[in-house]
Design a protein around this ligand. Structure first.
Ligand code: NAP
Length: 272
């Protein structure tokens, strides 16, 4: 994992668990690389001893520009996974499948209605979520964001399925939504709370939160209290890691209950 900073990344825990399970002679490491050194580092990944890498803040856009991105990374506008194919440095964005695969696992059939979804937020992770929802055939994706221009920009990027809306429209939008997704950082430890009244949501609606610190966000708790199906941010984090591992090592790893428990325990540790 290449980042700046990178100390809090849980990716080493996930990938080293799979490396051990599959008996591979490999190691997944953190690399703290400042922006000015990033280009040299990724364009010489194998010289640094690597078959590939994950990339996080603030390098995701630079990673896209320095590699050959697939359709997902290009559409999302950011790459989080790099691998070497011959002498090409390739990239993808695995947040898209992290989001959809997690929902497929915890709420099978979640996309069967696929009409209206409400997405809170319009940042980097919203782009991955929206791309995934369009792939799954959602017809209207209502994007509600503090900064209206950013939601508008997503309509320019992804087309007319994206419908920017104001927070004040939420009760009406939720009343016909099959899915609500929080992609803002609200509700994350150290950030302001997210307050949304879930009462208007239909009983069959699904609520997903990308935030995973804390694991049980107030949004997910409120959804469960209402008896709604939920998908949490840790599930997405685990599922997004699958494809990178497969690209680097040629084996498709499994998101097991044991792995989830391992990362949960780490998330519950007091901060250093
Ligand atoms: P980002 O690009 O910085 O976007 C942040 C979003 O949150 C923007 O829409 C921003 O609105 C909104 N926001 C922030 N503070 C706000 C406030 N006080 N009031 C209203 N809106 C506010 O971040 P990101 O990369 O999309 O990540 C967002 C969250 O998703 C983070 O908590 C991250 O940890 C989580 N995440 C989880 C996964 C996973 O695998 N589970 C993957 C990616 C991200 P403005 O546009 O108005 O600033």
């Amino acid at each position: 994992m290449i980042g700046w900073p990178v100390k809090h990344s849980r990716s080493p825990l996930i990938h080293n668990y799979w490396i051990q399970r599959h008996g591979l002679a490999a190691e997944y490491r953190r690399e703290e690389v400042p922006p000015e050194a990033f280009a040299e580092f990724v364009t010489h990944l194998s010289a640094h001893g690597y078959v590939g890498a994950n990339v996080t803040i603030p390098h995701k856009e630079a990673a896209l520009a320095l590699s050959e991105p697939d359709d997902r990374a290009r559409a999302v506008g950011a790459a989080n996974t790099l691998w070497i194919d011959g002498n090409r440095l390739c990239s993808t964005n695995t947040d898209v499948e992290g989001f959809t695969a997690n929902l497929d696992t915890v709420v099978p059939g979640w996309d069967s209605g696929a009409d209206d979804a409400v997405v809170l937020g319009a940042g980097g992770s919203a782009r991955a979520v929206i791309y995934g929802l369009i792939e799954r055939g959602y017809r209207r994706i209502h994007v509600v964001n503090r900064t209206a221009e950013r939601a508008q920009a997503l309509r320019m990027r992804f087309g007319h399925a994206v419908e920017p809306a104001h927070w004040s429209a939420l009760p009406h939008l939720l009343s016909r939504a099959g899915l609500l997704v929080n992609t803002t950082s609200l509700g994350m430890r150290g950030q302001p709370p997210l307050s949304v009244d879930l009462a208007p949501l239909p009983q069959e609606a699904v609520v997903a939160d990308l935030v995973y610190v804390p694991l049980q966000t107030a949004l997910l708790q409120a959804a469960r209290q209402r008896g709604l199906a939920t998908a949490d941010g840790l599930g997405m984090l685990l599922h997004q890691a699958v494809r990178g591992f497969q690209l680097w090592f040629g084996v498709r790893p499994e998101v097991t209950a044991e792995l989830r428990a391992l990362v949960e325990a780490d998330l519950l540790k007091p901060e250093e």
